[in-house]
Design a protein around this ligand. Structure first.
Ligand code: 4AD
Ligand code: MG
Length: 460
């Protein structure tokens, strides 16, 4: 449909972001967006228009003499409009520029039952309208930050000489051995019960596939969705989440922690330097201590302690925890948070966990009791990264697989990689949503992913 003042290929469209950053007034500007508020001042009106390009709105002045002023009722909160006007200096406070409208066209009307009429809504309410919440300031900011950080993940690994590998979503193996797998089924065909001829699942981690590529390309990473059918009703667990997994050949656990630390610092630096406008919202309205916490992450060297030391610290803390603390038991979120928030007051690596609480692929330490594992624990969030040096010795790995009753038929290919030119190698996985919680101060994982999937809930 041809617009009266918009000719495809002829009229240049500007984003609100570009206009607000303009160094000069501009005649004949074309913008499209959604009305956030309309204020009638009797012989003129102001529309606040947001087009998603940035947090700020563009103030649009609608003069009483314009036909659009007569149609003001159409430009209600939430409606989609096109505006042609001149970018002029704003005499009012709060903005340098405003758009003096010449013509306004209604693209999509918005009736008064639009749920986002008022300025602030609870997170709980917004979760019930996940299809509309991107239109709020907070989710708009979160989504722009999420996108920027995803790009930064790729820049980091590219700069560090890593190759991106697309590991499979459909898989026949259970990487973590925890049995939290979603199974995948399809209609039977050619009299076969299973589509693939055997059971298939959604991946819980790309690691095993990634290791085969690290032993060829040296440094690789994957960044994709992962699925876990854990029945965890917490603010930190989602059934579908995104994971960033690097894997390096000829690298030990210390190299792994070095990479993880550099990576976290890079992402935090990116947030502080390139996402300032959106981050201001989280500093001001979500967590007042966030800015300081992020600065500290960027500046301070991360502490490294062993699991055995961590247990000692927890036992001597004098704090009564809900879950028991004893050598051999896994750390719970309350323990992780205590270590990061009270003991270190910053991110802390805990390494060398007991063999029995970790997956089969982790490298056995000489003490015979622990494996070369590391978790990075962060204040407020707890574990954001889990990684390890992998068991590269064929006989050790074979024994570990036998102990955990992994079948040779299913995992023979993995064992093979330890037969042909095996080399020490290490990697980790970072939960992207966990990092976003750390980055924004948002305390529920359901609010850092567009369409959260949790036990009992898949609304879309
Ligand atoms: O510690 P995890 O289970 O480690 C692995 O999957 C390894 N195979 C990764 C590797 O070494 N390549 O998971 C890694 C990270 C966790 O530290 C956490 O941040 C996140 O993934 N994570 C979850 N995030 C949201 N919801 C869940 N249910 C998660 N489970 C793990
Ligand atoms: Mg873990």
């Amino acid at each position: 449909m041809e617009k009266p003042f918009f000719k495809k290929g002829e009229t240049k469209k500007s984003s609100v972001k570009e206009l607000l950053a303009s160094s000069r007034a501009i005649e004949g500007v074309f913008v499209q967006g959604w009305v956030r508020t309309a204020r009638d001042h009797k012989d003129f009106a102001f529309l606040e228009v947001n087009d998603g390009s940035c947090l700020k709105n563009l103030q649009v002045l609608v003069d009483g003499g314009l036909p659009a002023y007569g149609a003001l009722a159409d430009f209600s909160t939430g409606s989609a409009i096109s505006i042609l006007g001149d970018l002029v200096e704003s005499p009012g406070k709060g903005q340098k520029w405003e758009l003096k409208a010449k013509e306004i066209e209604l693209v999509g009307s918005c009736p008064p039952d639009y749920p986002l009429q008022k300025k602030r809504h609870s997170d709980e309410f917004l979760r019930t309208i996940a299809h509309l919440r991107p239109r709020t300031n907070k989710y708009g900011a979160l989504l722009r930050i999420r996108s920027q950080l995803a790009q930064a993940v790729h820049s980091f690994f590219c700069d560090e000489g890593f190759f991106l590998v697309s590991t499979p979503i459909l898989t026949a193996s259970d990487c973590e051995g925890a049995g939290d797998l979603f199974s995948v089924s399809a209609p039977a065909h050619e009299n076969k019960e299973e589509f693939f001829g055997k059971k298939a699942f959604l991946t819980v981690s790309g690691q095993l596939a990634l290791e085969t590529h690290a032993l060829a390309l040296g440094k690789v990473y994957t960044f994709g969705p992962t699925f876990r059918a854990e029945n965890s009703h917490t603010a930190r667990h989602a059934a579908e989440f995104w994971m960033i997994e690097p894997e390096m050949a000829f690298a030990d656990l210390a190299d792994d922690m070095d990479l993880a630390e550099k990576f976290v610092k890079y992402l935090v630096g990116h947030l502080l330097n390139f996402c300032q406008e959106d981050m201001e919202l989280f500093f001001a309205f979500v967590d007042k201590s966030l800015q300081e916490a992020l600065n500290a992450i960027a500046d301070k060297t991360f502490e490294r302690i062993t699991y055995t030391k961590a247990i000692e610290i927890l036992q001597k803390s004098g704090k009564s925890f809900e879950h028991p603390v004893a050598w051999g038991l896994d750390l719970q979120t309350e323990h992780e948070r205590f270590l990061a928030e009270s003991f270190v007051q910053g991110p802390v690596f805990v390494c060398d966990y007991p063999t029995q609480i970790k997956p089969f692929y982790m490298r056995a330490n000489p003490d015979g009791k622990t494996v070369a594992a590391m978790d990075l624990l962060a204040p407020r969030v707890g574990e954001i990264i889990g990684g390890s040096q992998r068991e590269e010795r064929h006989d050790f790995l074979k024994a570990a697989m036998e102990r955990q009753k992994l079948s040779k038929e299913e995992y023979g290919w993995y064992l093979d990689t330890r037969l042909y030119g095996s080399a020490p190698h290490s990697g980790f996985g970072m939960g992207f949503e966990r990092f976003l919680m750390l980055a924004t101060g948002i305390t529920n994982i359901r609010d850092v992913i567009s369409f959260p999937r949790t036990p009992g809930s898949i609304a879309y």
